[in-house]
Design a binder for this molecule. Structure first.
Ligand code: G6P
Length: 612
């Protein structure tokens, strides 16, 4: 998500830190900061906005010092602001911390620290980490960090420096990447390789639970039990461009692979397990009974592009799990069709960027009509987030490729969480069912990983089909909604003519288009409708189409009639789009590359459409 860099050595640290942060700019960020050890002790300098603005802010000061940490922040907890930027310090200013990731229990830790008399300045989970470390900090920062991390739940990569210990930097990670760069008479840390390339190509990749202690002339690594370990030195072979993409050929492929991590972050922080069982906790967004009172009229969902497809799936989910009527519409239609509002309506607006012009206009119209607004967005502090009544963030991290992937699946995760919560509050979902649903949601990140590990199968299929110019996706219910997004992915980046059809509609027109040059991708995960899907597949096969089926791992019934079957791990039928879209994303990606196109920058398309 954010970017971390740290330096200890014989050079002035400031230029090294700023240079390292600039190498991470491509990732997207909203603020930047550094902490340095100088003659005045430990000082922190930070600024909302670009690194340039940080440089301007400190340009009048001389900031000598050969040890420091730096950060580019992509906001998760609290809006982009000087105060919320990293490094964060504890209340006494003894410990400075830069952090990537999400501390899931930060709310409880914060309450506990407040009960000890501490006062917080920022809204960040990172300030909680700084205070927790300082709570344990007597005279050895390493033992303080060891104690503090025992209490952290969630994901983190941390770079830490402490007053009185200017000879070392501590680095620790869990589920967020962190690399130690080994130089000559200098050592570095970074969240991403590009920040290190100018200084060294020899690195340690830290594993979960490991703690590195960097001195000027050497670096030590300890395992989670506190024992010193010998790490293997890895040699980075990537050039700068490959390093930015984490070794992947394109940002899109990198982002497809980031989905297990993004889904874990988005789901896990909202699921609580205690002696009473598992439940969904949306207190963080202020979502409670008052939003779901029996007389809540209906839910209206609006968005554009991929986010609208998430909305279509959301409609099916709200109706299925919460039994509440839902209207869903593209924002560009909604805003001009004189929609009828009821103040009891709940309006859900979905937008990766939070800045799409049509989506904002639709939200404002609904607000004027008296509806209550819930925003689902990936960008903290975006216009949508600021103007909505409630905001639920997708914690996908910055998405760079124009075609949306991880933002989409995390939007789905948010919608499922809200739909299930609605279902519980409206008395539609009982405890035993809820336990089953939560178990299914918790399994999804690992299941996504399983699909990704079989990607060569999809690459092989793409190598046979990439020249097809008529590709139709068909399915029913949740599968139809997933088809909309699958077809969009393919047309966006391969320029093949691809469309989505509700399988039952095929015979009402689309079948006239089907011939031997057609590829049909049938999504078959709605178990109660397998017979219907089989009959639709038979009809298109009879017109000479090639058919690929995406279905559950244990489903064999389509093997007989399909030319190709892709299997995905079994989840709740209603959750299937979050998994079934991944093979479609990969198929679109490989078709684009095989056609010699740049999947990251498709022609005529923009990542964020802020004008009409
Ligand atoms: C553009 C992008 C799409 C995106 C849509 C809505 O068309 O290319 O990937 O789905 O805008 O963007 P939003 O930021 O509102 O989700």
């Amino acid at each position: 998500m954010c970017g971390i860099v740290g330096y200890i050595g014989g050079k002035e640290a400031l230029p090294v830190l700023l240079n390292g942060l600039k190498r991470l700019e491509y990732r997207g960020y909203d603020s930047a900061g550094i902490a340095l050890f100088g003659p005045a002790g430990l000082t922190v300098h930070k600024s909302k906005g670009r690194i340039r603005e940080l440089e301007e802010k400190i340009s009048a000061e001389k900031l000598p010092g050969m040890v420091g940490i730096g950060h580019t922040r992509w906001a998760t907890h609290g809006e982009p602001s000087d105060i919320n930027s990293h490094p964060q310090t504890d209340a006494e200013g003894r410990v400075a911390v830069v952090h990537n990731g999400i501390i899931e229990n930060y709310g409880r830790l914060k309450e506990w620290l407040i009960s000890k008399g501490l006062i917080f300045k920022s809204e960040t989970d990172t300030e909680v980490v700084a205070n927790l470390i300082n709570f344990y900090y007597k005279d050895d920062i390493l033992s303080a960090v060891r104690e503090a991390v025992k209490r952290l739940e969630g994901s983190y990569a941390l770079g830490i420096i402490a007053a009185g210990e200017s000879d070392r930097i501590i680095a620790v990670r869990r589920e967020s990447p962190l690399v130690v760069g080994l130089g000559k008479g200098e050592n570095l840390i970074a969240s991403d390789v590009p920040a290190l390339l100018e200084y060294t190509r020899e690195v340690y990749y830290l594993e979960d639970g490991e703690i590195a202690v960097l001195y000027r002339d050497h670096a030590e690594v300890y395992n989670g039990e506190g024992q010193a370990i010998e790490k293997e030195v890895s040699l980075i072979q990537w050039d700068a461009a490959a390093a930015e993409k984490g070794g992947f050929e394109h940002f899109m492929l990198k982002e497809i692979h980031e989905q297990p991590r993004a889904l874990t972050d988005t789901l896990r922080a909202r699921i609580r397990t205690n002696t009473d069982g598992a439940s969904i906790n949306l207190e963080e967004i202020g979502f409670n009974e008052s939003w779901t009172r029996e007389n809540s009229g209906r839910v209206v969902i609006t968005a554009c592009g991929t986010a609208w497809h998430a909305g279509v799936i959301g409609k099916y989910a709200f109706e299925h799990y919460a039994g509440i009527p839902v209207d869903v519409d593209t924002a560009s239609e909604f805003r001009y069709r004189n929609p009828v509002f009821d103040p009891k309506d709940i309006f859900i607006v979905i937008s990766q960027s939070g800045e799409t012009a049509d989506t904002l206009a639709a939200m404002r119209l609904a607000k004027q009509g008296g509806a209550r607004i819930i925003a689902i967005t990936n960008v903290v502090g975006s216009t949508l987030a600021r103007e909505a009544d409630l905001v639920m963030y997708t914690w996908a991290g910055p998405e760079i490729a124009v075609a949306s992937t991880k933002a989409f699946t995390t939007q789905l995760a948010c919608l499922y969480l809200i739909a299930l919560k609605f279902g519980v509050l409206r008395g539609r979902i009982q405890k035993a069912d809820m336990a089953k649903y939560i178990e299914a949601l918790e399994a999804i990140p690992a299941q996504a990983e399983t699909i990704l590990s079989g990607k060569t199968n999809i690459q092989r299929f793409a190598s046979l089909q990439f020249n097809k110019n008529k590709v139709f996706f068909m399915g029913r219910l949740f599968d139809y909604a997933a088809c909309l997004e699958s077809a969009l992915k393919l047309k966006e980046i391969s320029y093949a003519h691809s469309e989505a059809f509700a399988a039952g509609e095929i015979k009402h027109g689309p079948i006239a288009l089907v011939d031997t040059s057609t590829l049909i991708v049938a999504l078959c995960t709605q178990s109660s409708l397998f017979d219907k899907m089989e009959s639709s597949i038979t009809q298109v096969k009879a017109r000479g189409a090639a058919v690929a089926v995406i279905t559950w791992e244990d489903c064999k019934r389509f093997d007989r009639i399909a030319d190709e079957v892709f299997r995905i791990p079994k989840t709740e039928d209603g959750f299937s789009p979050i998994l079934s879209v991944i093979p479609a994303q990969l198929f679109a990606y490989y078709c684009s590359v095989l056609r010699g196109l740049d999947p990251d920058k498709p022609r005529n398309l923009a990542k964020s459409v802020t004008v009409e």
